[in-house]
Design a protein. Structure first.
Length: 89
């Protein structure tokens, strides 16, 4: 069992309040034409609805998601991981 102050360092370092929300709000970014937005996968994000500035002209929004890996860190292949479903044992 942890004491009430066992996680106080989270507040000191990250600004998290134990009685506050579980997601830290870090701000918003306006995505404009010809802009690339990148962020690490550990950050939670939400894509908001959009509308065209000039609705009389055709337009679209493209989202391309890339997941980068470090080639120096080995990733276990699914060929070498046993089945996780207990009913298959």
């Amino acid at each position: 069992m942890y004491s009430c102050s066992a996680h106080r360092w989270l507040s000191d370092i990250y600004g998290c309040d134990p009685s506050g929300p579980t997601v830290q709000y870090v701000g918003t970014v306006n995505t404009t034409s010809r802009r690339l937005l990148t962020f690490p996968n550990v950050l939670q994000h939400q894509v908001q609805p959009f509308s065209l500035t000039d609705r009389t002209k055709p337009g679209y929004r493209k989202i391309l998601a890339l997941f980068l890996v470090d080639p120096n860190i080995r990733v276990i292949s699914t060929a070498h991981v046993p089945c996780q479903r207990q009913d298959w044992w």
